[in-house]
Design a protein around this ligand. Structure first.
Ligand code: ZN
Length: 240
């Protein structure tokens, strides 16, 4: 059984459509979303509709949470803040209710999904090194957990110690634990502007990171034609 595991879509409809097409082309029959459907780019409502139509497990991201609330915006950088204000104005009450009700952590079959960390899922910390990963491993009760939030695909593998593995194909071996970042569909930040997601073959116990070209110009044009900051369009070219 093949799962497409994807997240950090950030309202980039063109990237999301390209990823779902690629997943279908690769015989994915199941889908799991690791959160941050909205924020930054120009199609929050449309991306939500598409994810909801998949009727798949979804966990909450920090942008999903912020967008679903009416509370003052604190702790965001100026770019994220003006994008969040715009995003709130472009979601329906039903969209916000859906986002508000999302769970922080879910187990799907024999693996777990979370947006940011397993040790404090609602603290929205960033796992950027093996020490951060070790804190999550203490709360990981399945061999494999998929996450996002940093927009950078990478795998942390725990055997006697924790290793960092940036290869595209990860073979899951018995007795080890895997904390795998699937990268970002709609705003990659590892210098590669292509959309990123993961295919997990549960039979073969193999996780494959895929990078997908998409119609970036259209996504950028929509940002420039909206009241969103133009910088959000420019960063899609550099993948930062
Ligand atoms: Zn994100």
């Amino acid at each position: 059984m093949k799962f497409a595991i994807f997240g950090d879509i950030h309202a980039n409809l063109e990237a999301l459509e390209a990823v779902l097409q690629d997943a279908a082309d690769h015989d994915c029959t199941h889908f799991v979303c690791i959160g941050d459907i909205v924020g930054y780019n120009a199609n929050p409502h449309e991306c939500l509709e598409l994810v909801r139509a998949l009727d798949c497990p979804v966990v909450k991201g920090n942008h999903d949470e912020e967008a679903s609330l009416d509370t003052p915006l604190v702790g965001l950088n100026p770019l994220a803040e003006s994008a969040m204000r715009w995003t709130r104005d472009h979601l329906t009450d039903d969209d916000k209710a859906y986002l508000r009700d999302l769970k922080m952590v879910r187990q799907v079959r024999d693996f777990t999904v979370v947006h940011a960390t397993l040790d404090t899922p609602s603290g929205w910390g960033y796992v950027t090194n093996k020490f951060d990963a070790m804190a999550s491993f203490s709360y990981q009760y399945t061999p494999v957990c998929f996450f996002g939030h940093t927009h950078t695909p990478v795998a942390y593998i725990k055997a006697s110690s924790v290793e960092v593995d940036r290869s595209a194909v990860i073979e899951v071996e018995p007795g080890k634990k895997y904390f795998i970042n699937v990268g970002s569909v709609g705003q990659p930040r590892d210098g590669d502007p292509r959309a990123s997601y993961c295919i997990f073959d549960t039979g073969a116990q193999r996780a494959v990171n895929r990078r997908i070209d998409y119609d970036r110009e259209t996504a950028q044009r929509k940002i420039i034609d909206s009241d969103l900051p133009d910088l959000l369009a420019e960063r899609l070219d550099v993948g930062k």
